[in-house]
Ligand binder design. Sequence first.
Ligand code: UTP
Length: 446
Amino acid sequence: MNLLESLKKWGQEHLLNNLEVKETSKQDSILKEIQSQDFELLNKLFLQHSKANDTSKNSSYSPLSFQLARDNSQYKMWEETGEVLLRNSQVAVFLLAGGQGSRLGFEGPKGAFDIGLESKKTLFQIQAERIDNLSRRFGASIPWCIMTSPLNHQETIEHFTKNQHFGLDPNNIQFFQQGTLCALDEKGKAIQDKDGHLALVPDGNGGCFRAIAQSGNLDWLKSKGIRYVFMYGVDNLLTKIADPAFIGALATDGRALSSSKVVHKKHLNEKVGVFALHNNLPTVIEYIDIPEDLRNSLQDDGTPLFDGANIATHLFKIEALQKLQNTPLPWHAARKHVLEEKNAWKFEQFLFDAFPILGSMTLYGVSRGEEFAPIKNASGEDSPASAKRLLGLLHRFWLEESNVKINPKMLYEISPTLSYAGEGLNQRVFDQELAKNILEFPADFE
Ligand code: UTP
């Protein structure tokens, strides 16, 4: 079947309109975009979702409980086990950085945005320095897989190249792109911009399992003897990358194939997904999908019944990634503003749909103040300023715990090259490093 016929079959022949009047190079790139798309799948998703009367959101959810890991009597043993795995270079890191970050309103990669830290470091730099800290401390090689999308791939690579990969070995970092799906208009037609290019949007963070395998990077990790892959979202300023105790806890659990960090919800209406059991299998219910009566349910002690917030920090055994590369995840539909189209259809896969497929997982409770400072919006809640404050408070707390005399009117930013999680700090280090690797800023900085 030639291209026109196959496009006709799926009602997308408009994509070839006026193609012949464009320059050859433009024609080629548009044709490439068209050929990259699975219009049969798009057609199926459109028909499914445009007719759907969603019945999946019933109330057969039950809460999934969790404990703070630090309160567990095994915590020290987990930490030591994780350190051994890091020392043996059996842990890799997988960054999900293919999102569009539309709420932040920055066109480029979120990880390269100046989030207003005193040091002017970007999220990418902070993350690189945490990896560097662990690599040095444990003499570990920690491969870093970075998933981008075609919309931010080049800029991401440029940010790393311009900054000499923040001192990391470039051979140990792999950049690869996730897939995209074309957004559709109300009638199910693929949307084009005024130049004829397709309105391609990333296929969701669940595209990561396909992308790491198809790019050859799952094989790359296997060839290096990697057994655990720490996977995380780009926009949490406090992510403890490759956290040893988190790794040790999964490594000593003979049953589970993955583990996820979880924090208590801040309040009933916090816009986060929550962990739950659905038909007895672990999953996450997205904020918009949680039925209101469940969202508002309280336990006897007044805390939310569905209290375990997903902070997009996960750990997978390599066998899990192997299994997931060939297991299709469901598609979710969203209505979004795309180009001129106010109510376009966008289809995405979500990472957490892997959990019911894997069947058993563990939840690893952590404290919000130590590990969760999301950057989603330009201002207000979950913004660069709120994340900077949370980091400033945490680092001040580290100094106080280390008996350092600090100025209570100030907050602190400690370089991850100096301390990963509060270790190695004392008065002498503070005096030496102030205005270098320890920066102070007024608590009322906003
Ligand atoms: P979000 O759900 O916050 O989406 O992503 P987003 O695209 O970054 O931001 P908005 O909603 O447009 O404002 C959570 C994590 O998943 C990654 C993001 O980069 C972030 O680390 N992600 C999201 C992907 O890697 N690919 C996607 O297709 C979507």
